[in-house]
Design a protein around this ligand. Structure first.
Ligand SMILES: [Mg+2]
Length: 223
């Protein structure tokens, strides 16, 4: 076996980001509707698109080092609330409701569980590697029924660095006691997962989700 372990990204590799985001967003909007704000705008279907556009832009800027993931987690609720003309006092309730709901979201990407089964059966040590809050990501994996596949979870807020920072990968390798050439990274982001892992001396497999790739086909060379 060429590799001893596989690091696997979470969002849009194991868990389906858009439906999870939509679910958390709806919960956060519901929370807002319990306040005395402008309720008439709350059912506007364009709201989620606006939220998705704002958060997407900020996460994309984070990939290129403009913000940390921790900063983005505070920036996008604030920017969204300002964009819809709600008072600043709505930011914290919205943010907290979104996070609480996010921690319960667990829609799986097709074949994610089958991929984990196949890798596990082949004897690979598995580790999750994600940019986010550790407790929320572990909760989501648990809710999805896949936390137990992982020997450990390396999540940026716990590690202290965000992917693609080489220090994220170095710290993860230190924690599992493996050399870069013993680990393969699998993820859907060319910037954070693939180029980040390669910069740390690891091999990486790009999961081209938008291009319609299949996780099981992707890992065939490992089986
Ligand atoms: Mg991802």
């Amino acid at each position: 076996m060429r590799y001893k372990a596989v690091f696997i990204d979470i969002d849009d590799t194991l868990l389906d980001y858009v439906p999870c985001c939509r679910e958390a967003f709806d919960a956060a909007i519901f929370r807002l509707s319990t306040f005395d704000f402008r309720l008439s705008t709350l059912n506007d279907s364009g709201l989620f698109d606006l939220f998705f556009e704002i958060s997407g832009r900020l996460f994309s800027e984070a990939k290129h080092g403009k913000h940390t993931i921790a900063e983005v987690m505070d920036l996008y609720p604030a920017e969204f609330i300002a964009a819809i003309g709600y008072p600043e006092s709505a930011v914290e309730p919205f943010k907290h409701a979104f996070r609480a709901a996010w921690g319960e979201t667990h829609t799986l990407v097709p074949e994610a569980k089958e991929m984990l089964d196949a890798l596990k059966a082949k004897g690979y040590r598995l580790f999750a590697a994600s940019n986010s809050f550790g407790h929320l990501q572990r909760r989501r994996l648990e809710r999805a029924g896949i936390l137990s596949y992982f020997e450990d979870t390396y999540i940026s807020m716990d590690i202290g660095y965000d992917k693609p920072d080489i220090r994220f990968f170095e710290e993860a390798l230190r924690r599992c006691g493996l050399q870069p050439n013993e680990v393969l990274m699998i993820g859907d982001s060319m910037t954070t997962d693939i180029l980040g892992a390669q910069a740390a001396g690891m091999d990486a497999l790009f999961f081209d989700r938008r291009g319609g790739a299949s996780l099981l086909e992707l890992i065939q060379p490992l089986l």
